[in-house]
Design a protein around this ligand. Structure first.
Ligand SMILES: C[S@@+](CC[C@H](N)C(=O)[O-])C[C@H]1O[C@@H](n2cnc3c(N)ncnc32)[C@H](O)[C@@H]1O
Length: 263
C-alpha cells in the first residue's frame, strides 16, 4: 500500500509542541514561532464566509494537502472553534512522523504519500502522482498552502481531479498558486502553460498562466469562488475553488492585479 495511515495519539492543546527548527527550515524561510502559532484562537484563514458559506462553516472537516511539519494543524488545533476532523498528508516521511508523534489526536490523523520529489522526498518511490481519494470524503475545506506552487501541470490536474470527489457539496479548496501572463512569452504555444525557475529542480517554483489556469479548473468542474491576489510581485496568490452551483464564479470579475507577472 503506497500510502500508509499513521495511528492517532492523544495530545493536549495546552502543550502542543512546535516543530523542530530543522523541519521548519525545510518548508520555508519563515521559521519564527509566531508563524506556527494561533494565540488568540481565531480562524486561521479568516471566516471564509464565501456565499453560501457562513462564517466558520468551512472549518468543520479539513484536509491539508502537503501539510509539511504540521504548521496549519498546530494552528487549527488552537482555534476556539476547533475542526471536528483534520487530515494531513505529505510526501516527506520525517515530517509526517513528527506530526504523528506530536499532533495526532482523536479526529486528527496524518498520512505519508509515497510520491517522489528531489528536494522533499528523494528516498520515496519514483511515483509522479498517486491517488488520494481513499484518504476521505465530505471535507468542508481542502487546504494546500505552497504545494501546487511546486507541482507540474499534469500533477496539479491529477490532484484537483481527485479532490473534487473528496469535497463536501459546498466544500472549498483553498490553495496558493504562482501565476503569470504568457503573453510575455510569445514562444509559448497553446499547450505550454507553465514556467520554471530552476533547471536542477523544476518543482522549486512552478508558475501557471492565469488564463490557462482558469480553463484548467473550469474543465475539472470547479468554480473560482474567491481570490486574494499576491501581496508582492510574483508571490503567492490564494485562490478558492468550489464545485457547487451555489457559488458564484468570479474568474471574469476580478482581473489579475499588478502583482501577477505580466499584468
Ligand atoms: C513549502 S512546503 C509547505 C508546507 C505547509 N503546507 C505549510 O504551509 O507549512 C511544501 C510541502 O508540500 C509537500 N509536497 C510536495 N509535493 C507534494 C505532493 N505531490 N503531495 C503532497 N505533498 C507534497 C512537501 O513535502 C512540503 O512539505
Amino acid at each position: 500500500m503506497p500510502t500508509r495511515q499513521c495511528y492517532n495519539r492523544a495530545v493536549e492543546t495546552a502543550t502542543l509542541p512546535f516543530p523542530p527548527l530543522q523541519l521548519r527550515q525545510m518548508v520555508g524561510p519563515i521559521v519564527e514561532d509566531s508563524y506556527y502559532d494561533n494565540p488568540d484562537g481565531s480562524y486561521i484563514w479568516g471566516p471564509l464566509d464565501i456565499p453560501p458559506l457562513k462564517a466558520g462553516e468551512a472549518y468543520r472537516r479539513v484536509f491539508d494537502f502537503g501539510c509539511g511539519c504540521g504548521r496549519e494543524e498546530r494552528r487549527l488545533l488552537l482555534q476556539k472553534d476547533r475542526p471536528e476532523k483534520i487530515v494531513g498528508l505529505d510526501i516527506n516521511p520525517e515530517m509526517i512522523d513528527w506530526c504523528q508523534n506530536n499532533l495526532a489526536a482523536p479526529g486528527v490523523s496524518f498520512f505519508h504519500h509515497d510520491v517522489w520529489n528531489v528536494n522533499y522526498a528523494p528516498k520515496n518511490s519514483k511515483n509522479r502522482v498517486l491517488p488520494i481519494r481513499h484518504i476521505g470524503s465530505d471535507f468542508t475545506l481542502i487546504e494546500a498552502n505552497s504545494v501546487f506552487t511546486h507541482l507540474h501541470e499534469d500533477q496539479s490536474k491529477f490532484y484537483l481531479d481527485q479532490m473534487r470527489s473528496m469535497l463536501a457539496p459546498t466544500g472549498i479548496i483553498r490553495a496558493t498558486w504562482f501565476l503569470f501572463n504568457k503573453k510575455a512569452f510569445p514562444m509559448m504555444g497553446d499547450n505550454l502553460n507553465t514556467i520554471f525557475i530552476n533547471e536542477a529542480d523544476p518543482s522549486n517554483a512552478v508558475y501557471y498562466d492565469w488564463k490557462a489556469f482558469v480553463t484548467m479548473v473550469h474543465k475539472l468542474g470547479y468554480r473560482i469562488v474567491h481570490i486574494n491576489w499576491a501581496q508582492m510581485l510574483g508571490f503567492h496568490n490564494i485562490i478558492c475553488l468550489g464545485r457547487s452551483d451555489n457559488f458564484l464564479d468570479i474568474s471574469n470579475m476580478t482581473p489579475p492585479g499588478t502583482s501577477v507577472l505580466g499584468y
